[in-house]
Design a protein around this ligand. Sequence first.
Ligand code: SAH
Length: 395
Amino acid sequence: MIDVILKKGKEKAIHHRHPWVFSGAIEKVKGKPANGDIVRLVNAGGEFLAYGFYNDQSRVALRLLEWDENVPVDEAWFRTKVGEAVAGRNDILSNGDTNTCRLIFSESDYLPGLIVDKYADHLAVQVLTSGIQNMMPVIIDELRKLLNPKSIFDKSDASSRQHEGLDTDNVVLFGDNPPDSVAVKENGVIYNINIAEGQKSGFYCDQRDNRRIVAAHTKGKKVLDCFSYTGGFTLNALAGGAASVTSVDSSALAIETLKENISLNKLDATRHSAIQSDVNKQLRVFKEAGETFDIIILDPPKYAPSRSALERASRAYKDLNRIAMLLLNKGGLLATFSCSGAMDMETFKQVLAWAALDAGKQVQFIGQFCQPEDHPVRSSFPEGEYLKGLFCRVF
Ligand code: SAH
């Protein structure tokens, strides 16, 4: 195995078990590892630090896997990690109300670059590192043993793969092409998922708990679900007895699927309206028309892809929340989210405080939202925490 020597003074994060080593922290590579090879990271004195995947195309040149020199990172090691991650989802899947969740969440499940989502009997995977790419035969075999899926589809995100110099084909890894439409269940609500064509890997299962929490407040209320996608919050609100729900999303396919999902769940379509539009525009249309709501959900896409984009993104979040606050009836509820990892909870609270000031409103935070247990945050890898939200009562 090839040794990679770390620069002096860079050991601290490694000892704290952070799984990334940037190329700038590397003193020397003793030999020519291929991208995706497992190498030994050692300090300047030659002492072992960790084993990790090597890739000279990526800013993150090493993704660390194992800190115990006596534990070989072999096939059995990967099978164990896959098994532990899958076992960790048993509670979510055990009550029969939910058959979709994230089974493996990359670094947070000790498998850097591997994402596996379950959609009933089908699996969608994202392979984002060359190291995991090399291990895919073993990983597929283990997933088949543990879960006996009907298909495994590779749904890798093209731009992330390019960072690692990987090609970008969507391919069937096992079984047949997944059907155009797979019906899944989450908290008893049914969704049609198009694994191959849908956004992300087809469904935003990271909002599972938050949909339930918000739905518990919707009985008899007039609800506006912004960035609705295929209806996560909309369907739960209708099932929760909302008087009416208006869903807004810019994607025609999302709106079409949302409407199918309403009839799939035998929910009352007369209480629902869908608007295919830009949310920022549509909120201003409501404002002009003097329309108001009791509950507004804001679940926008990632506005801050990196820390450097945070300031600009904060202004966009502030403006979005400001205008939503203006559309709420007195004492109405705003469930507002940010899935930007760069935006931490304290900054998000500050953004909401600015929005309230600009809107001339008073805001009480009545709850905080986070990502659910199938998107764990590893204590040595805070970067895995990305989804946060605030439940606000607005006066
Ligand atoms: N709340 C959804 C997930 C939202 S994902 C759920 O529970 O499943 C973000 C959504 O925002 C996507 O569906 C995308 O189509 C939509 N979107 C992105 N930019 C938009 C814009 N400017 N106006 C309206 N919708 C937008």
